[in-house]
Design a protein around this ligand. Structure first.
Ligand SMILES: [Cu+2]
Length: 306
């Protein structure tokens, strides 16, 4: 635990130092800000302020000038995250379309140049307990004292804004109508396969079926997950020739047994092929593939498969 905390501080320092060395002297204090993700924030909610933590993004409240650059980096070596502008009400995310990093693999970064002053909330669409705020303030007057520097800054800003707009155009269309996402990952445990499901909502009711060679090797109906993560042990091992096909069918969101009050998409299916050679890294790629397919097809309610 201690070593983890220290290593994240080092990462922070490294990023801060890197940013500082790039900043022209004429820039005011908040021309640039770097926000990172807390280690293992996707697996545990202990970082969340609501749970008494100090926030799952660092800093959890960041300040930047209008026209400044916010660099959002997923520094969590254990998972994928997003920085998605908007709010989360209970379990229901409401993206506001101002920015969306899309799914960031560990080490990936995204830049956002705010155009208007105000408070901009954001969250992780994969882990809705991860929330943060960016305070955008009018640029300090001293920034404009040096004309040359201001010109340079304006040019850099324009380039960054153009790049950002390009990103935004690509990512918003995909991410907006997402209501339910299920990530499937797997590990070889005790001669079998452990399937981990990661949801973006709490209290999902679902059916889980796994087949191998056309034979059902695992089938449980009416499962309920109180948490965002559920694990299931399957008594079979996948291989290249005989992969295990895992299928998750949503029955609705709500308390178990109280089906009349369940909400959310029903029948939305996420599937994954499990072969044991998939290590942790391949598993993440798999997860990203699932997310992007779900995101793209969410509007038309097409069943995502691959
Ligand atoms: Cu996350």
């Amino acid at each position: 635990m201690k070593t983890k905390a220290i290593s994240s501080i080092f990462v922070l320092f490294a990023i801060a130092a890197g940013m500082a060395s790039m900043a022209p002297d004429a820039f005011a204090d908040h021309a640039e800000v770097a926000i990172v993700t807390v280690d293992e924030s996707g697996f545990s909610q202990t970082c969340a302020e609501a749970q008494g933590g100090s926030g799952c993004y660092v800093p959890v409240t960041a300040t930047v000038d209008v026209g400044g650059v916010v660099t959002m980096t997923n520094t969590d070596p254990t998972g994928v995250h997003t920085f998605t502008s908007g709010t989360v009400d209970g379990f229901a995310p409401s993206p506001d379309g101002v920015f969306d990093t899309g799914v960031l693999m560990s080490g990936d970064a995204f830049e956002w140049v705010p155009e208007a002053a105000g408070e901009q909330p954001y969250y992780c669409m994969l882990h809705t307990w991860m929330i943060g705020t960016i305070i955008v303030q009018e640029a300090a007057a001293e920034e404009h004292a040096d004309d040359h520097a201001a010109e340079e800054a304006a040019a850099a800003e324009e380039a960054a804004a153009a790049e950002e707009a390009e990103h935004a155009a690509m990512e918003h269309a995909e991410a907006e109508d997402v209501e339910l996402m299920v990530m499937i990952s797997d590990a070889q445990v005790m001669g079998g396969t452990q399937i981990e499901l990661e949801f973006n909502v709490l209290h999902l009711n679902y059916d889980l079926t796994a087949t191998q060679n056309g034979e059902v090797v695992f089938e449980e109906k009416g499962l309920h997950s109180m948490e965002l993560i559920a694990t299931h042990q399957i008594d079979a091992l996948g291989s290249d020739e005989n992969p295990i096909d895992v299928e998750v069918v949503s029955l609705g969101i709500g308390a178990p047994g109280d089906e009349d009050s369940w909400t959310g998409p029903v029948g939305q299916v996420t599937t994954a092929k499990v072969v044991p050679e998939f290590g942790t890294i391949a598993m993440m790629v798999l997860a990203v593939a699932i997310i992007s397919i779900v995101a793209v097809t969410a509007k038309s309610r097409v069943v995502p498969r691959f």
